[in-house]
Write a protein that binds this ligand. Structure first.
Ligand SMILES: Nc1ncnc2c1ncn2[C@@H]1O[C@H](COP(=O)(O)OP(=O)(O)OP(=O)(O)O)[C@@H](O)[C@H]1O
Ligand SMILES: [Mg+2]
Length: 234
């Protein structure tokens, strides 16, 4: 459903991605792994046209996204939850959620979408009138993910969903992933914790210094020598 082919990105003269290719199939959970500064966010931001692509192609549901602006990409079914959540802290949970459903393809279904995300994640209904800035980090992450779902995507990309969360909150987000995926929505997410990410993903890609150095099924990658030595310390 998503194919990124031979992506190159530069910030000014500084190249940060070289020949990055990855794919997400219908209904899959895929992780993009890599240490700080590897270029994970840049891959996502270039995919949704938030940063320009110097070279390479992005194909989503059979259509080349060359020249397609971000808002139109969202309308076509690819939503992106940015790193650090980017909620509006002085708006309520419900107001934040509704803002996720303004794209033309989702606007007419906003009430239905709100009921959908609130039924999947009851805490959102319990907290609907609370200001987003007063939520815990984990609750804010849930709102950010649910806001992405309000766009009614076929593929939801989430940049660092587990960053800074306590282990029990990580479990809540994991449960959220399973429910979302159970609704037929494919997921692509970035993460530094290799063990965590691969154990919940169908497939993974490992990015180092702007290049994909390894890819494969989640379990295969966990058993790969490089991953075991460098990332798991085994
Ligand atoms: N707007 C920018 N201008 C210049 N350089 C940038 C910009 N954004 C990112 N970079 C650089 O590009 C490289 C890749 O950054 P990126 O944020 O994509 O990495 P990341 O894998 O998401 O890292 P992290 O795990 O810290 O989120 C880094 O060297 C970073 O310093
Ligand atoms: Mg990042």
């Amino acid at each position: 459903m998503l194919r990124v082919e031979c992506l190159e990105v530069l910030y000014g003269d500084f190249q940060v991605l070289w020949d990055v290719s990855l794919a997400v199939r219908e209904g899959e959970i895929v992780c993009l792994l890599g240490p700080n500064g590897a270029g994970k966010s840049t891959v996502m931001n270039a995919t949704t046209a938030l940063v320009p692509r110097r070279a390479g192609r992005v194909v989503f549901r059979g259509e080349d996204l060359a020249g397609v602006p971000t808002h139109e990409i969202v309308s076509r079914g690819l939503a992106h939850v940015l790193e650090r959540r980017r909620l509006f802290p002085t708006l309520t949970v419900r107001q934040n959620l509704l803002l996720g459903g303004y794209n033309p393809s989702a606007r007419g279904r906003r009430a239905e979408s709100l009921a959908w995300v609130e039924s999947m994640f009851p805490v959102l209904a319990e907290r609907r009138n609370q200001l987003a800035g007063t939520l815990s980090g984990g609750q804010q992450q849930m709102v950010a993910i649910a806001r992405g779902l309000m766009a009614r995507p076929r593929l939801l990309m989430i940049d660092e969903p587990f960053l800074g969360l306590a282990p029990n909150v990580v479990d809540d987000i994991l449960a959220m992933f399973e429910r979302i995926n159970g609704e037929g929505v494919a997921l692509l997410f970035t993460e530094q914790n290799v063990q965590l990410a691969l154990s919940l993903s169908h497939r993974g890609y490992l990015l180092e210094s702007g290049r994909i150095v390894l890819e494969g099924a989640g379990r295969e990658m966990l058993e790969h020598e490089t991953v075991r030595h460098v990332y798991l310390g085994l």
